[in-house]
Design a protein around this ligand. Structure first.
Ligand code: AMP
Length: 213
């Protein structure tokens, strides 16, 4: 199986599909997770990162590059890159790193979704502190009991930024910043777009087809 760079607007289903790939033996590499890990260590670097993330800005290209490099240098299985690259400079750095490490077997998957549909999904999204996620507008992802986690029985919570106004801003910011990255991978013949207005199982099948090709 090939490795994958996942690019998806908020609420397009990246989390669900990443989880499915992990069950197939993929390693999930999220720059957001790695940065939060550094923050939790309470180092000087962690404090610096925390300030940047809290302002909603991006951390420097050099910093995320060094984190990604450390992870990819020791990897021995296919991986999912989640949240990286986010700028053209990062895409170029990643390309150089892939050459250095002789990583050629990868594809870029873009999950397509309209603002209206993404908004609907985001507004129905609920999560549990144990990590489970639900959606009250999707029969397959509804909790069995309203507002309660199927897995651990705790009360479900709504993300504070899953409200109409801030979701729209997040979605549009993502679309604008992603455009040049999509074009970058399109030129390399690496970009595959999948319409997410279809059954989840079909999307999984299409992802597998792309990664097995
Ligand atoms: P995420 O969990 O992917 O939404 O990332 C959370 C935050 O971490 C982002 O809002 C950025 O501040 C930072 N971050 C994550 N990935 C990157 C990246 N590739 N480049 C720069 N900053 C990033």
């Amino acid at each position: 199986m090939k490795s994958v760079i996942f690019i998806a607007p908020p609420a397009a289903g990246k989390g669900t599909h990443s989880k499915r790939l992990q069950t197939l033996g993929y390693e999930h590499i999220s720059t957001g997770d790695m940065l939060r890990e550094e923050i939790s260590l309470g180092t000087d670097l962690g404090k610096e990162i925390s300030e940047i993330i809290n302002k909603g800005e991006l951390v420097s290209d050099d910093l995320v590059h060094s984190l990604i490099k450390k992870r990819l240098m020791h990897i021995d299985k296919p991986f999912i890159l989640d949240g990286y690259p986010r700028t053209i400079k990062q895409a170029e750095n990643l390309n150089n790193l892939f050459q250095e490490l002789n990583i050629q077997d990868y594809e870029v998957i873009y999950l397509e979704i309209s603002l209206e549909e993404a908004m609907k999904r985001a507004l129905g999204r609920l999560s549990c502190s144990c990590g489970e996620t639900y959606n009250i507008y999707n029969e397959n992802f509804k909790p069995k009991k309203d507002g309660i986690c199927d897995k651990c029985g705790k009360a479900l919570i709504k993300r504070s930024d899953d409200n109409e106004e801030s979701f729209k801003v997040r979605f549009e910011t993502f679309m604008n910043s992603t455009k040049p990255i999509k074009e970058y991978y399109e030129k390399k013949n690496k970009l595959h777009s999948i319409d997410t207005m279809q059954d989840d199982e079909k999307i999984t099948e299409r992802i597998k087809e792309i990664l097995n090709d």
